[in-house]
Design a protein around this ligand. Structure first.
Ligand code: AMP
Length: 226
């Protein structure tokens, strides 16, 4: 969890690399539907482009279908879902039915000044969801994805006006979720101005949580940031 631009996608990619863990990003799933112009994509497009949340019913159905395809015996990270208390309740029922309770919720706490600059500097490789920042994490070749060499693009919703709407949606609909999870004792918040500052904190907490050795954790953290 974290407000738009807090670095959820970046941390998710780094955790996937460090722990070899499966990840599902609701934003990536939705953007893929929009770019393929599926029925779901056509329904979601207007909300995404105006910075509003897509309906709970549509997102939940999409994400639960994705979850059904995840191996039952493996951990995974959800990025950007749930984003409302209704979505969280739907997720809880689904996880309870398959006897896999949610272990923990990670919240990224990043100062506003940093967020605004980040939105301006963010470029993405839409097909893979890889994210770059021209100040902190530039691509090796300007304007090109490191892996495929394909052109990078701006997200349609990364502009000041739409960002204001996304922030509003976050404050009204997503912030209450922090209370929902902290009451359950599974909320972990991490403060920092850069993903490099926050990543080692999350990594170390996960190693403690899953009883993994911290030494190898540091090594993986270093290799994941390179
Ligand atoms: P993100 O990439 O996570 O910033 O998501 C981009 C946009 O997709 C959001 O501004 C919403 O319009 C939509 N979206 C992503 N996840 C959700 C969700 N869990 N619930 C509703 N809308 C979502």
């Amino acid at each position: 969890m974290g407000c738009p631009g807090a670095g959820k996608g970046t941390q998710t990619q780094r955790l996937r690399k460090a722990f070899g863990i499966g990840t599902i990003s609701s934003g990536d799933v939705l953007r893929s539907h929009v770019s393929r112009q599926t029925a779901v994509g056509l329904k979601a497009k207007a909300a995404i482009e105006s910075g509003e949340l897509v309906s709970d019913a549509l997102v939940s159905e999409l994400m639960l279908t994705e979850l059904e395809h995840m191996p039952r015996d493996q951990s995974f990270i959800l990025d950007g879902f749930p984003r409302t208390v209704t979505q969280a309740e739907t997720l809880d029922s689904f996880m309870a039915a398959s006897d896999r309770p949610l272990d923990l919720v990670i919240n990224l706490d990043v100062p506003w000044s940093v967020i605004l600059q980040r939105i301006e500097d963010r470029w993405i490789h839409a097909p893979s969801g890889r994210t770059y920042n021209i100040s902190y994490n530039p691509p090796k070749r300007a304007g090109r994805d490191d892996v495929t060499g394909e052109p990078l693009t701006k997200r349609a919703d990364d502009n000041v006006e739409v960002f204001r709407a996304r922030l509003h949606a976050y404050q009204e609909q997503t912030l209450p979720l922090l209370g929902y999870y902290s009451d359950r004792g599974i909320l972990y918040s991490f403060k920092g101005s850069t993903s490099d500052e926050i990543f080692p904190q999350i990594h170390s907490m996960l190693c403690d949580f899953f009883s993994l050795p911290q030494e190898s954790a540091d090594a993986t953290a270093a290799s994941a940031s390179s």
